[in-house]
Structures are given as C-alpha cells and as structure tokens.
Design a protein. Structure first.
Length: 272
C-alpha cells in the first residue's frame, strides 16, 4: 500500500538530480556515518536531537528524511517537520535500502571543508564556456545544493583560493582539473563516486565539447553551440551559470530518459 509519509528508493531515484528534487536530510547517528560515510546525492546532515531548532528552515520545501533503516529517527524527524508545516516523507528502509538498491552515493572523503553556513566554496576562471558550467551543475545537483562559486581572473585563481579558503577547479595544477584526455567534469564524477549511465553519457558530451573532439558523439556540436551562445548572451558569469543550469538539466534528462525517442514531421505519414 502506498503511503503519503514514506517514499521508496525506486521513487526517490527518479527525483535525484532534478531541479525540483526534494531536500534530502540525513539524520543517521555518528556510529552509522563512521561505518559508511557516503551520502545520498546533495543530502544535508542534521541531528534528530535538535530538530525543533532547525525544522523551520525547511518551510515551503519538500523533504525526504533518511536514517539507517528508515525507522524511528527518520519517522520521528519527518513527523516533526510535518508538524511545522513541511511536506516531509521518510525513506523506506533508509540508507541501507538505498545502498542495496544501487542508488547513487556521494563519496565524502574528497569533499572540501564547508563554511560556517554548511556550504562548499569553489573558485575558477571567469568567462566560463563548458567545463566551468558543467562542474557547478554537477555539484549543485548531486553534491551540495548550496555550493558557492566564485569566478575571477585566471591569474588570480590560486591566490583567491588561498586567501579566501576556497577550492580551485578547472585550472592547471590543481586536484579538480583535467587529467589526460578527461576533463574536470569527468574527474568530479569519478572522485565523488557518481558514475551512472546517464551521467557517464553526459560526461562524454561535455568532454567532446570541452576538448574540441566533436567527433566523439553527435550531440557535442549542438551542445558546444548552445554553451558558446550562452557565454555571449551573459556578461555576468553567475547569471550565465543560472541559465546554463537549465541546459544541463535538459541534457541530463535526455541522457536518462529520452535517448531512444525520435521526432519527425509529419508525425503521421500523409496519404496520397
């Protein structure tokens, strides 16, 4: 029987990575985190002990609460959130059910240190084209939905990273950058443990567009054209990032759900 207070792993997996995905709140205890520190994509860690203090921060949002087995902790936290007017469900079977179902889990060992507000902070070169939009999209959709991105002059990226305590990406000589023929987007998928058929296919498109190898996949030329068009439309890099999120959302959904679909006109053959 379906429940309006619970969601299954199969149901949640269809929502993860989408722009309107629910907020995922992980309330596992420290002992369970120590045994497996991975997190569901873009989830936030909270304690059940002070739920009354933080529940109001999720007003107006859809929330899914995760504990180890989907029992007392997530049930109780979700119930408290609903008491505060939040549309909250708990994950049936919890973290263990999600893991056993093969759901995406983010490796946390390489995550940058979070600021006092709980956000990861990143810096890269100004005037992004492909990779420097792709990486923020991946981070905000699958790693940290509150992540902050700074765009600065290329020559200043290392010093800004040092002085402001932020993590540089997509520049030479840093961890989060190109390796061989793979671009920064590939590296983030690998290091965060996010490999999946849809993201891997999107990574091929991104790599082809970002490294001038448009022969890799037929979608690359159109993807590059759209990316370059966005870079000409926006003078402000953050505005371009906001617009580019929609482009990546669309290509991700195509990779996940629509690669076999075709379109032609007329849809019904004309009879002579």
């Amino acid at each position: 029987m379906s429940s309006n207070i619970q969601i299954t792993s199969a149901q949640l997996s269809r929502l993860v990575g989408l722009p309107d995905a629910p907020v995922l709140i992980d309330v596992r205890i420290d002992e369970d985190i120590a045994a497996d520190s991975r997190l569901l994509p873009a989830s936030e860690r909270r304690s059940h002990r002070d739920v009354a203090a933080w529940a109001g921060a999720y007003a107006g949002r859809k929330v899914v609460v995760i504990c180890q087995r989907g029992q007392k902790l997530s049930e109780g936290v979700a119930a408290w959130l609903r008491h505060e007017g939040v549309e909250a469900e708990n994950l049936t079977g919890g973290f263990e059910a999600w893991r056993e179902a093969g759901g995406l889990l983010v490796e946390t060992g390489k995550l940058p240190k979070r600021d006092p507000a709980g956000r990861t902070l990143w810096v890269t070169r100004a005037r992004p084209k492909v990779d420097r939009i792709a990486c923020p999209w991946l981070i905000r959709r699958f790693v940290d939905r509150h992540a902050v991105f700074l765009f600065v002059s290329a020559s200043e990226v290392p010093d800004v990273a040092d002085r402001f305590g932020v993590t540089p990406f997509d520049i030479d000589g840093v961890f989060w950058s190109h390796r061989g023929e793979r671009c920064s987007f590939d590296i983030m998928i690998e290091e965060f443990g996010l490999s999946s058929p849809a993201l891997d296919q999107l990574a091929t498109i991104v790599r082809a567009a970002d490294t001038a190898r448009l022969d890799l996949v037929p979608e690359a030329a159109g993807f590059l054209a759209a990316s370059l068009g966005l870079s000409r439309m926006y003078r402000d890099d953050l505005a371009q990032l906001d617009a580019g999120m929609l482009l990546y959302d669309a290509f991700y959904r195509w990779c996940r759900d629509a690669t076999e679909e075709t379109h032609n006109w007329p849809s019904v053959p004309v009879k002579n």
